[in-house]
Design a protein around this ligand. Structure first.
Ligand code: ZN
Length: 178
């Protein structure tokens, strides 16, 4: 690993730093293109489409996916109907690189489901508010919202998981909202 960083040869001798990984990925891409008679390497769109569906089902908007992947919204919409039935490998890579962020939205019922289950099991709102370090009125406000930031759901899930481990609430509800 004594070679220059940012080279695929350094990657081959074992370095996994950001620069060497990028260089190796680029070299591999070029090798695939060369192997393909100079044409950009293409792949079936299935994997990219599955990942898109996964992101969308977790509340990530097409706009957010476009911003994160650098592929236009039109381009993303076009993927299922590409004439050749193939997409560029680099397009697939860009899409697979998009992750669910805490800023994405989740439907309001998931939060309501957890809170109502806790209430049903005797966890009162003021106690939940204490655990989350927020006010009771802000939790009441939360209950009326159509959608929430993922990080809000995560915070409630953390409290819920803790209570479930104590046996105070049923753990199965976490699966219902997954
Ligand atoms: Zn390196």
């Amino acid at each position: 690993m004594s070679g220059r960083h940012g080279t695929s040869s350094n990657y081959k001798s074992g370095c996994r730093c950001e620069l060497c990984r990028a260089a190796a990925a680029k070299a591999r891409q070029e090798w695939l293109i060369a192997k393909n008679g100079g044409k950009p390497f293409r792949v079936r769109p299935d994997k990219a489409m599955r990942h898109l569906a996964y992101l969308r089902s977790h509340g990530v908007s097409l706009k957010a996916i476009s911003a994160a992947s650098g592929i236009s919204e039109v381009g993303l919409r076009h993927i299922p109907k590409t004439k050749s039935g193939f997409i560029l490998a680099s397009t697939e890579n860009a899409i697979l690189g998009v992750t669910i962020s805490d800023d994405s939205y989740v439907p309001g019922w998931k939060v309501r489901r957890l809170i109502s289950e806790m209430e049903r099991c005797g966890v009162e709102l003021p106690r939940l508010a204490d655990a989350m370090m927020v006010t009771t009125s802000s939790i009441r406000l939360t209950l009326g919202q159509r959608k929430h930031k993922r990080r809000t759901l995560k915070r409630i899930e953390t409290v819920y998981t803790y209570l479930a481990k104590q046996g105070s609430v049923p753990a199965s509800v976490l699966e219902d909202i997954a």
